[in-house]
Structures are given as C-alpha cells and as structure tokens.
Design a protein around this ligand. Structure first.
Ligand SMILES: [Zn+2]
Length: 317
C-alpha cells in the first residue's frame, strides 16, 4: 500500500517534474538516511571528508601549505570544512580546486578566498559558474530553507587560474594532476589525480552506490567511457563528489548502471513508450537499493527529454 502511494506520488510529481526539478534540492541536500560526516586519511597527508547528506571534499596537507578540493554548498558549511582541516594542520590554504559548476561544490568558495587561496578550475567550469549561477541558486532554495542558511551569503568566487586539458600543481614536493577527459556528468568535470598516493577525486562523474543526477550530461556514452578509463588507472581509491570511498569495482559498477540506464531508456523511446509507461515499467528496479533511487522518475524524465528532443534538460547556457 505504502509503495503504491509512493508510486502514485512519484507519478504526480513527475507531472510537475520540470518545476520540481528546478526547485527541489536535487543535488545533495536531501538524502535517504542520516549518516554522520567522517574524515579519513586515505594516504599520508591526504584527507577525505564524506558527507552523505551533502557533498564531499578532500585536502592535501604538505609542508608548504594545503590544497583543498571543492568547498561545499554554503559558506557556513565551508566554515565547518575549514574547522575540520584545522584539526589536521595549521598550514596556510594555498590552493582550491573546483571540480565542477554545481553549487553544492563551490558555494563555499568565499571562505577559502578569505584564507588567501588561489583558485583553479577548467576554463569552461569557470564560464559555467557564471552563466549557471541563477539556476544553481534557484535549484538550491530547498537546501537554504531546510538549513536556514542565507543564500545572500553565497559569493561567486571565480577561479584565478584556468586550464583546458591537464594541469599539474606541485606543492611541498607533492604532485597533483588535474585531468579533463571530456564530458561526464557535466559538459566539464575535472578529475584530481594524486599519482603517488594512487588516489583520484572524481567530482561529479562517480559516486559510490549512488545514482548521479543525469540531467546535465551532453554525452552519456562518454560518461561511461570516462568511468571505465578511471577504473583502468593506476589508482586504488576513488573519492566521489558524493558517496563514500570507492574502489575499481565500484567505478565499474557505476559504469554498468549508467550504461543500463542509457540502453533501457533508448529502448523505451524506440518502442514509442510514454514517460508514464516507462515510470510504470520500473526498468531500473534492480538498482532500487542504490542511493537516490527515490528520484528515479525525475532522472528518467530528464534523460527521456534528452533522447526525444536532443536537448539537455539542465543545459548550461
Ligand atoms: Zn553535487
């Protein structure tokens, strides 16, 4: 009974999905279950903060300062991140990498600007941070309401340095490589590779045991290729922008899941099925235990829109 009510609710929601998608905190603020924030030292001096209900971060502590990846969804959350960093080091914050232009990964930038960090991102990520800001603010209103955080405190802090395909940062004798492997979850996703530590921070394209929001991708096929390329790298730990620490198999599982999602919806569209018929057939029920599955009808709706119109639902202007 409960599941029928849920299904009915989801169907009703789907009718308003465009509106709901724009207003709901679709990317990280409302999650399936409460799990406390954890910090793990994944390699000497390299820390990973996992926030199940929000977004993840990593930071590298060196003798010459600290490099931080992503800054969370609001300056208040960035302040908490800074407190967590300060429990591991008192060195100055030298670098911030913004992996992609979703507000839950860069709205805390202002706090780290104040700390004197130099910001780096892909050239197109920098452009999207500007062009997509109004949409990013709009789709996070639920998060601001839920937390009581003032959206006016979010400052747009753009990268000081941009790159096109790769960039290397050397800090305190440690090497950090920024990689762009074509579109993934977004037109641009930056992967941050720590070669010596055999760790990669993946930003948007990979989240362990979690359905990523597919409403931004201009190429599901490249996204799947990118995941398989990542899994083939000389890396042991995969740190997603959401979800816990993953291994190669987790990355391959996600590649398979996204590939199934792509094939399943293409098949439905080819058969002339309506959105509602696809919702009803629950084509991805075998992944129902994966985090964010409760948003499946929104995800189907987005990708159905892409397959039937050729246009990305949440396109970056
Ligand atoms: Zn996110």
């Amino acid at each position: 009974m409960k599941s029928r009510i849920m299904r009915t609710l989801l169907c009703v929601l789907s009718l308003f999905s465009a509106l709901a998608h724009a207003q709901a905190p679709t990317d990280g603020s409302v999650q399936n279950k409460e799990i406390p924030i954890t910090v793990t030292e994944v390699a000497p001096g390299l820390f990973f903060q996992y926030h199940h209900q929000g977004s993840n971060n990593a930071w590298l502590v060196t003798d010459d300062g600290v490099l931080v990846i992503d800054t969370r969804q609001h300056p208040k959350h960035a302040e908490e991140l800074l407190v967590a960093i300060r429990k591991t080091t008192d060195k100055p914050i030298k670098w911030v990498i913004n992996t992609h232009a979703h507000g839950d990964h860069y709205f805390g930038n202002g706090v780290f600007k104040r700390e004197g960090a130099t910001f780096i991102a892909h050239r197109d990520t920098a452009g999207m941070m500007q062009s997509h800001l109004p949409i990013e603010m709009k789709r996070r209103q639920g998060f601001f309401k839920q937390t009581g955080f003032d959206p006016k405190e979010v400052q747009l802090i753009l990268p000081d340095i941009t790159f096109d395909t790769t960039a290397t940062i050397t800090l305190g004798g440690r090497t950090v490589a920024l990689l762009y492997l074509g579109p993934g979850q977004n037109p641009v996703d930056t992967l941050v590779h720590f070669p010596k530590e055999r760790v990669i921070f993946t930003g948007g394209p990979f989240s362990k045991d979690s359905w990523p929001n597919p409403s931004f991708t201009p190429s599901m096929s490249n996204w799947v290729v990118m995941l398989r390329k990542m899994a083939a790298m000389d890396v042991d730990k995969f740190l997603g922008g959401h979800g816990d620490i993953g291994n190669k198999q987790d990355v391959l599982n996600q590649a398979q899941m996204m590939s199934d999602f792509d094939a399943g919806l293409r098949d439905g569209v080819k058969k002339g099925m309506s959105r509602e018929a696809i919702f009803k057939s629950e084509p991805f029920a075998k992944y129902k235990d994966v985090r964010n599955y409760f948003r499946m009808n929104l995800f189907i709706n987005s990708y159905y829109h892409y397959l039937t119109t050729g246009k990305v639902e949440n396109a970056y202007p």
